[in-house]
Design a protein around this ligand. Structure first.
Ligand SMILES: NC(=O)C1=CN([C@@H]2O[C@H](COP(=O)(O)OP(=O)(O)OC[C@H]3O[C@@H](n4cnc5c(N)ncnc54)[C@H](OP(=O)(O)O)[C@@H]3O)[C@@H](O)[C@H]2O)C=CC1
Ligand SMILES: Nc1c(N[C@@H]2O[C@H](COP(=O)(O)O)[C@@H](O)[C@H]2O)[nH]c(=O)[nH]c1=O
Length: 380
């Protein structure tokens, strides 16, 4: 099963705080924004919070709108998304509202934490994951065992920080509220530590939207994974490559393919698609590489995203794309779809690249999207 799409959601003050130090939680969102959050919840399979937020806020984490709950039921979904929390210590109050409202609940914990939670009689599925709690194991369990496709993470700061630092967040929905907390001990949105690509890396802005007196900002991470390790940004860039494939002029004799080249800091260097700019035979990777200076020092640490694996042989031009990629010094390729024998036999561009030590990562969950503009060539 593919990993869930991870959406981080939070409201933050102008000075970067999630809450104040006083009793009770600070409402940073206004009524219109809480309604927007309710809509995002209703569109999620699961909502996750850290144990710190559970202890401090004592939240219910419900879908409050009866219409949205009815729509979920009509769509064959449970009335409420699964509620998820994470606690290494297992030090959670069995009387907290989290356990006694809404639908199903699951708590990921350590072996020690599981003993404590079971003894306390916690009303939830308690899942021990060993001596510590690696997030990839939590996400894999949510995807494989719980069938979660879309996970909304509603804090707090320590949980958000780990998701971003580990390259596991697909999207950040951050609301900026027009107030100042001014308390140095109040919880901050993001903690210290290394973030992918370092401070010079910029996320990609998807949207800004005023919601009452707050502003919603939607960002996606941009920094590619390293070697065979996949980051959430890899999925976004491959998704863009697939979108570019859909823009190709149609052909009966060649595939429609999209490609993007991204530097190690997440900067988009070039993009291309098949038959770009009226060239009837140009390939996507070839078109993208042609837009760059071959001596560009960023190429050696860049990633090429291509909806179809780079070609190993071709009739129309002397050098296949796998060769062009090797010549450019690129060491990492992410693709959605291994090339079928439709136009050339044994079109194993992946083999050509890996034989020279290039990491080729295939993300099969994008295969259908890569094939979509090529249905007429695949007998569909
Ligand atoms: N404005 C907003 O939108 C939001 C604000 N908030 C605010 O944030 C504050 C809480 O944030 P914060 O204190 O950072 O707490 P978190 O909610 O991030 O929870 C941290 C706790 O989660 C558990 N945990 C986190 N990561 C791991 C891991 N990798 N392995 C095991 N356990 C883990 C630990 O629990 P344990 O200690 O049990 O081991 C840890 O103490 C509150 O003041 C709340 O009001 C929260 C959400 C949204
Ligand atoms: N304070 C704050 C948020 N806090 C989040 O909302 C949770 C409580 O939800 P509920 O159980 O429905 O009351 C809380 O635990 C935390 O995750 N969210 C936001 O969008 N904006 C805000 O200003």
């Amino acid at each position: 099963m593919p990993q869930p799409y991870v959406l981080l959601s939070a409201a933050v003050s102008l000075d970067g705080y999630l809450d104040d130090t006083g009793p009770g939680r600070l409402l940073l969102s206004g009524p219109a924004d809480f309604d927007r959050v309710d809509e995002v919840r209703a569109g999620s399979d699961a909502i996750l919070i850290g144990a710190g937020t559970l202890r401090t806020d004592n939240p219910r984490l419900l879908v409050n709108s009866p219409e949205r709950r009815a729509a979920r039921l009509a769509a064959g979904l449970p009335e409420y998304p699964l509620k998820v929390t994470v606690s290494a210590s297992g030090d959670l109050d069995p009387e907290a509202r989290f356990w006694h409202t809404g639908g199903e609940k699951v708590v990921y914990t350590t072996d020690e934490g599981a003993k404590r939670l079971t003894e306390a009689g916690i009303a939830a599925d308690v899942v021990p994951l060993g001596s510590d709690l690696p997030w990839p194991a939590v996400l894999a369990h949510l995807g494989d065992v719980r069938g979660v496709r879309r996970l909304m993470v509603e804090g707090g700061g320590r949980v958000h920080t780990q998701f971003l630092q580990q390259g596991l967040a697909d999207e950040l929905q951050l609301v900026l509220a027009p107030l100042l907390v001014g308390e140095p001990d109040a919880p901050r949105m993001f903690g210290a530590g290394a973030y992918p690509g370092g401070p010079r890396s910029r996320m990609r802005l998807l949207e800004t939207r005023p919601v009452g007196d707050v502003v919603l900002m939607r960002y996606v991470p941009s920094v590619p994974g390293t070697g065979p390790a996949v980051s959430a940004a890899d999925r976004h860039w491959l998704d863009l490559a697939c979108a570019l494939a859909a823009e190709c002029p149609p052909s009966e004799t060649a595939f429609s393919v999209g490609a993007v080249i991204v530097a190690a800091d997440g900067t988009e260097l070039a993009r291309g698609h098949s038959r770009q700019a009226g060239d009837p035979v140009v390939h996507a990777e070839e078109a993208a590489l042609a837009g760059l200076d071959p001596a560009d020092p960023r190429l050696s640490s860049a990633t090429v995203y291509s909806s179809l694996e780079p070609c190993a042989r071709r009739a129309s031009r002397p050098a296949p794309c796998a060769r062009l990629i090797l010549d450019a010094g690129v060491r990492r390729v992410v693709t959605a779809w291994r090339e079928p024998d439709t136009f050339v036999e044994a079109a194993d561009g992946t083999g050509v690249l890996t034989a020279k030590g290039v990491d080729v990562v295939v993300l099969p969950e994008y295969e259908e999207r890569a094939k979509a503009p090529n249905g007429h060539l695949l007998g569909r």
